[in-house]
Design a protein around this ligand. Structure first.
Ligand SMILES: Cc1cc2nc3c(=O)[nH]c(=O)nc-3n(C[C@H](O)[C@H](O)[C@H](O)COP(=O)(O)OP(=O)(O)OC[C@H]3O[C@@H](n4cnc5c(N)ncnc54)[C@H](O)[C@@H]3O)c2cc1C
Length: 219
């Protein structure tokens, strides 16, 4: 949670650039999606710690309450929540790619949007599922059609989908192309590339697919 006194508001799906400056003047900058809805009282980011990363371990392990951060934003006008004519929105997330979707899901509830939303979320294991209780609660309330896809580890008796997202998984879990959902895909570059390409191969219109790539690696 960040206290951003001069914040002028944002749209669900936008991100900020966080800039860190060391005492010797060295600077590093990374982008982070805004996790909170425009209606939330505070600004929230959710950072996944990459063990060999430069910035994420600092933000997760070192940054403490009271510290200051330099933020630029909100940024982005394309990967933002918009109601499609069919009012069906398909969210496809890999890892921390779920962060902007949390803002979108909260915004949908707060704004009373009638859109039907389905989330296909690929994570290594259940422990790696970010916002698990919030997402499961939305699903239990009938406010979200949630498919968790586990790629590396799953609990005994897990009956949900496993393995990397591919054409057959998307064919089973996504709405059919005839339903014309507006699709948002977000996560590591390789994941997003695969998801978008396979949805197009299944017959979804490329013009209805919006993508946001978080980094250079695959799932
Ligand atoms: C628009 C946008 C929004 C983003 N939102 C979020 C967010 O909400 N939460 C979040 O945790 N991250 C988010 N990211 C990713 C974030 O900007 C950083 O790339 C990430 O935190 C890694 O930074 P680092 O300095 O720790 O790692 P680096 O020092 O940059 O890289 C360390 C290693 O990790 C690899 N790597 C870099 N980025 C990723 C990645 N995303 N996934 C897997 N491997 C990677 C690099 O190839 C390298 O091997 C977003 C990126 C973009 C472009």
């Amino acid at each position: 949670m960040l206290d951003a006194p001069a914040w002028r508001g944002h749209l669900a799906g936008q991100h900020v650039d966080v800039r860190l400056t060391a005492e010797d003047g060295y600077q590093a900058q990374r982008s982070y999606s805004i996790a909170s809805a425009p209606e939330d009282p505070t600004l929230a980011l959710t950072v996944e710690r990459l063990a060999d990363g430069e910035v994420s371990p600092y933000l997760c392990d070192v940054l403490a309450p009271g510290d200051e951060l330099e933020l630029r934003g909100p940024i982005g006008g394309y990967f933002v929540w918009q109601l499609p004519p069919s009012s069906r929105v398909l969210l496809v997330a890999g890892g921390s790619g779920v962060v902007p979707f949390r803002a979108m899901l909260r915004h949908r509830l707060a704004s009373g949007s009638p859109a039907e939303v389905r989330l296909i979320y690929s994570a290594r294991s259940l422990v790696d599922v970010i916002y698990r209780s919030e997402l499961e609660q939305l699903a239990a309330d009938g406010a979200l059609d949630l498919s968790l896809v586990l790629t590396r580890e799953w609990p005994e008796g897990w009956t949900g989908p496993r393995g990397r997202i591919d054409r057959s998984a998307l064919g089973e879990l996504a709405w059919p192309p005839a339903a014309s959902p507006l699709v948002y895909a977000c996560g590591p570059s390789g994941f997003v590339e695969t998801a978008a390409n396979e949805l197009v191969a299944l017959g979804h219109e490329a013009a209805l697919i919006r993508t946001e790539r978080f980094g250079p690696t695959g799932t």
